[in-house]
Design a protein. Sequence first.
Length: 694
Amino acid sequence: MNAPVEFARAVCPHDCPDTCAMRVTVENGRATRIAGDPDHPPTQGVLCTKVSRYAERVHHRDRLTVPMKRVGHKGEGQFEAISWDEAYSIAAARLSEIAARTPEAILPYSYAGTMGLVQGESIAQRFFHKLGASRLDRTICAAAGAAGLRYTYGASIGMHSEFFSEAEVILIWGGNPIASNLHVWTRMQEAKRNGARLIAIDPYRSLTAEKCHEHVALKPGTDAALALGMMHVLITEDRLDHEYIAEHTYGFEQLKARALAWTPTRAARVCGIEEQTVVDLARLYGSTRRAAIRANYGLQRVRGGGNAVRAIACLPSLTGAWRHRAGGLMLSSSGWAPVDNHALERPDLIPGWPSKLPRVVNMNEIGNALLHPGDDEFGPKLEAIVVYNSNPVAVAPDSVRVAKGFAREDLFTIVLEQFQTDTADYADLLLPATTQLEHLDIHKSYGHTYVMANLPAIPPVGEARPNTEIFRGIARAMGLAEPALYDSDEAVAKIAYRWNDPALKGVTWESIKASGWAKLALPEAPFANGGFRTPSGKCEFFSDRLSKEGLDPLPDYLPPHESAEGSPDLAARYPLAMISPPARNFLNSTFVNVESLRSTEGTPHLDIHPADAAVRGIAEGDEVHIFNDRGAMRARARVTDRAREGVVVGLSIWWKKLAPDGCNANQVTSQALTDLGRSATFYDCLVEVEPVRE
């Protein structure tokens, strides 16, 4: 007799702007097939290669299915199985002792392992707030760009992704949507078939750049200079919408003065491109209001990333591109969703709220933080860290110091995970967490304007438990009486949004549970008549808020920390700029352990320009040593002009334990921060490369 087949709806939880709707085929409690939902307008029935194999990940032979405690040295990855009661007892005993005397010695570490609002930062944040633990500055990915948008538009908001299909000019700036924004790329291809011109602006000739009409291969970290050079041309050739500028922008005369100093000659010199390229790009962009910019986070992972986003975000208001629904800019749409973060995370549970708050530790500086002995400026030494939805030993910058910090025998480490990652190897307690198919959640998107519900499709694998239930269990074992710590997942989902917001008119938790999703009620051309969320209600070329903070109120170019311009002595020793964008078959460090995807990716490799390879005696396929003062890694050389001269590209992020030399690109990245948003500077990195001669 054939087993009954069931179908369930789910939402992709991973850190991608597409936030796809999934249809799950279930047989005898197992997910046997994952497909895109054809009824969901952004997904259109299509999933990326990674998520189409999600069932392989959910039922992987290496899934963690029982709680475990460490039996070897930190980092050896040796554990023995224990019961949940014993796990909760161990966690409660150690955390209670630390919290009773020095609560700030406890630190949560999490990011976007799930983008869900329930399994992300709800019960977890309430738990740490109640303890009075140190707060984590969650800025590893998008904070510089978010700050740039906040000071310019007022929030992380922009055009609708579906209208890229109607654009006449599309600038793909600092992104590779074939690999990381598939459904927007589909709409761009539709526009291309209808005659649109696509330009990729990227130091690397990515898969996307190869399929565009033109590729502008600027130096890493020089995007603001290019945007300012474009402004110079738009202003001097009067390719402006004066009415839009007068009615819906703030600070044009100040911006004009700055842009006029950025001649195409100057911009081209800084960017390492031809002067005519700057002029032609500006003229093309200014030729139509149906000019759409898809900016992505690659361009903001350098010292001047926040300013770069600010500069690029000014362009649509200069030309009046916002008047058309196929004009404007999209970096993130997450700010459109009326999430009630206060209700979700309950910061009011912090002892002393709101006048006295625990210290903040920046997640990009976790290596330094874990190795800090503690003092009056830093605060108490960190004694416990609880990691969930992240894999910092692989993904955090300056990995040598990160691993050294996690190797501290006196650091009590709890890791909630689905697999035994690089970070999990350092855990004292390793607790099995459910995947998206096994728990309830509610989602927003940063690439489209739908809110979405995820319901469990299968029972938890083994003894795995949702993040929320794990934190409730630890809280219960600690004897914490706060009722908010014990809200059910359903109760948390019900308060995740401000349901009375106009963008959600008629939508409720019950209605999206039934339908799977709902589109936010927003104008098709959101800023056609202004209405930005800044204090002035206008696109702020000049930011009074930045001025009050003692920062430059106008967007400007800031040379990378590590560059011939920013640090000539360092550049003399390490003359190659290294960037480490996502590999097509990985998503951050997720999916690296899925054999079918890892085998497709092959082995860690480094793309290097023929001229750079020749002077170093490097041939195609050679094993190379990539190094700087922070660390080193090995990879196979691919000699190709896809990397511009002076730049090497290592697609990432490999689990270190699954790389041949036990290292990945973060051996060489730094803990330096961006100009705005205190974000990571992964692509602000100088190295040298040499062939390995055994």
